[in-house]
Design a protein around this ligand. Structure first.
Ligand SMILES: [Zn+2]
Length: 297
């Protein structure tokens, strides 16, 4: 008996090591290493189901793609996303008409939702790019998979229900857990972002802005404006402030980080002036006049 038990130790060790290596994952741009028990395929299923639930239960007023505000959000989103090398994402940029909500969120495999209340703070295309790039950052970093892994939802019981093979190795064998996980309104949407994830989405966002030839120094302006407004209203975190700030905790360091990374990324772009001038010249020709009435949405 002892011999049998002893023989299983190396086997368990090997399996453990295999799962450890299989679930190890590095975040692009920040190069942070973490473990994710879900696959991109599984996250995409969860994300899209959650997005459908949010649309139904929150009765969002989604602007048609032809609307100037949504065509702007979509054009900026695709310009930013095109600089990512991740071909597995399916981008779906959506604008919600709700001036009372300066809000935005992202779900896999690439649903990016911007509320029109955000236009009060993101006043130029470059500043709007900062908001969208931050959300794209969450998707590229697979923060949903990490949140599901860390939230305790991926407890042993749930993993057993899902079928470890389905979660770790892909496929649809996780259908049972999929149903359990998506019960209730906007499950994924409500899981809080960690401070690390927010910082990381900011870092990736600024990097994407630079790659796409937006001015990365504009990123700090949006959040600075938002924080000032929150302070003026006497709101702020946990004090009845905007839902964006409650899901995107504002720290004193955030604006400082964005300013620093924005400057560094801008410096890194020296030498690309001609390329970026051309990108922006073509963009202006295409976009002329298309974002005039965004603040009336
Ligand atoms: Zn965020």
């Amino acid at each position: 008996m002892i011999r049998t038990a002893a023989a299983t130790i190396p086997v368990l060790g090997s399996v453990g090591y295999y799962i450890h290596k299989k679930t190890e994952n590095t975040v692009p741009v920040s190069n942070r290493s973490r473990h994710i028990l879900t696959t991109p395929h599984y996250e995409a299923q969860l994300g899209s189901a959650s997005f459908e639930q949010i649309k139904k239960s929150s009765s969002l007023t989604i602007l048609p793609p032809s609307h100037p505000a949504s065509s702007t959000v979509s054009a900026i989103g695709h310009r930013l996303a095109a600089t990512s090398t991740d071909a597995n994402k399916r981008w779906n940029f959506v604008t919600v008409s709700d001036k009372s909500q300066p809000n935005a969120f992202a779900l896999p495999p690439g649903h990016i939702v911007i509320y029109s209340g955000m236009f009060k703070y993101a006043r130029t295309e470059s500043e709007l790019a900062a908001v969208i790039a931050h959300e794209i950052g969450h998707v590229l970093a697979r923060h949903t998979g990490e949140k599901v892994t860390d939230s305790g939802v991926s407890s042993l019981a749930t993993l057993a229900l899902a079928g470890i093979s389905g979660l770790i190795f892909g496929g649809d064998s996780s259908a049972a857990a999929f149903k359990v996980l998506t019960i209730g309104k906007s499950f994924l949407y409500e899981l809080p972002h960690s401070r690390d994830m927010e910082r990381e989405a900011d870092l990736i966002g600024v990097e994407l802005m630079g790659r796409a030839c937006f001015d990365p120094r504009d990123a700090s302006k949006v959040f600075e404006r938002m924080e000032k407004d929150e302070k003026r209203k006497g709101g702020g975190r946990g004090g009845g402030g905007s839902s964006y700030l409650s899901t995107h905790p504002s720290h004193g360091e955030r604006v400082g980080n964005l300013k620093k990374w924005g400057r560094e990324t801008w410096e890194k772009n020296r030498g690309r002036e001609e390329e970026c001038r051309e990108v922006n010249r073509r963009w202006e020709a295409m976009r002329r006049g298309k974002f005039r009435n965004h603040d009336r949405v």
